[in-house]
Design a protein around this ligand. Structure first.
Ligand SMILES: Nc1nc2c(c(=O)[nH]1)N[C@H]1C(S)=C(S)[C@@H](COP(=O)(O)O)O[C@H]1N2
Ligand SMILES: [Mo]
Length: 226
């Protein structure tokens, strides 16, 4: 967490559940939800979430910067460093000693994002299972989400289901910038950050409204069905 906000961001006092409209509905997560790790140059494996407990627990306070220009400051995450996971779980299964330069993180709701391995190994990239002193809720990415504070929020994939290790740069999705570094205002791959911030800012309120509405309607339908 730094004192100054990155370029083009404004502070929100809350931390809304947020994303593309397609992912507004809370996803159905299987009650047993191990994470699969795949890739041409590793021995694929699946790990149970409980296995992460062999790694040292990491507490961290960091800011979340959504590409749509809102920031939530001082979030207290708890979980495991991705770099510790990488050393312990992935490195021993690599068929190439140097490892591959790209990773894709996929989620139970169908969302995904790629990260350069170099960026994913930063000390503040976590697999988080706790937020602000409580177990991570489904709204914020349970059972496990990625937290990559130096990158726009869309790289912090919620509800992790799969990780792929890639030799070639995987295709980025729609508006995704390959690195999306907040400090460099790498908001998107087509248009410059200073322009995108103007286009994105007016979309915050409608997305918040839609996210609240979709889940309120879903909850009342569930209650009616019971
Ligand atoms: N699986 C998944 N991860 C996701 C998203 C999503 O829709 N699905 N949205 C991304 C975006 S755009 C942002 S800003 C953050 C929002 O996290 P929050 O809903 O916990 O606030 O999650 C990111 N990770
Ligand atoms: Mo976002």
């Amino acid at each position: 967490m730094s004192a100054k906000l990155p370029p083009g961001q404004q502070v929100l006092t809350d931390f809304p559940r947020f994303g593309l409209p397609a992912y507004a509905r809370l996803p159905e997560i299987p009650s047993h939800a191990p994470i699969r790790v795949t890739g041409e140059t590793i021995e694929p494996f699946t790990f149970e979430l409980e296995e992460l407990a062999v790694l040292p627990r990491q507490e961290q306070q960091s800011d979340h910067h959504c590409v749509q220009t809102w920031s939530a400051r001082g979030l207290r995450w708890s979980g495991y460093r991705f770099s510790d996971f990488y050393e312990r779980f992935i490195v021993p299964r690599l068929k190439t000693p140097s490892g591959e330069p790209y990773l894709v993180f996929r989620a139970w709701d169908g969302n995904q994002a790629m990260l350069f391995l170099e960026d994913a190994l930063a000390a503040d990239v976590l697999f988080a299972d706790r937020l602000d002193g409580a177990e991570l809720t489904i709204e914020h990415g349970a059972p496990i989400r990625l937290v990559a504070p130096a990158h726009y929020g869309y790289k912090s994939v919620k509800h992790l289901s799969q990780i792929e290790v890639c030799r070639d740069m995987p295709p980025t999705r729609r508006l995704e910038h390959p690195r999306a570094r907040v400090a460099m205002e790498e908001r998107g791959k087509w248009l410059p950050g200073w322009l995108l911030r103007r286009l994105y800012r007016p979309t915050i309120a409608p997305v918040r409204w839609y996210y609240r509405r979709v889940n309120r309607d879903a909850r009342s339908r569930d209650t009616a069905a019971r």
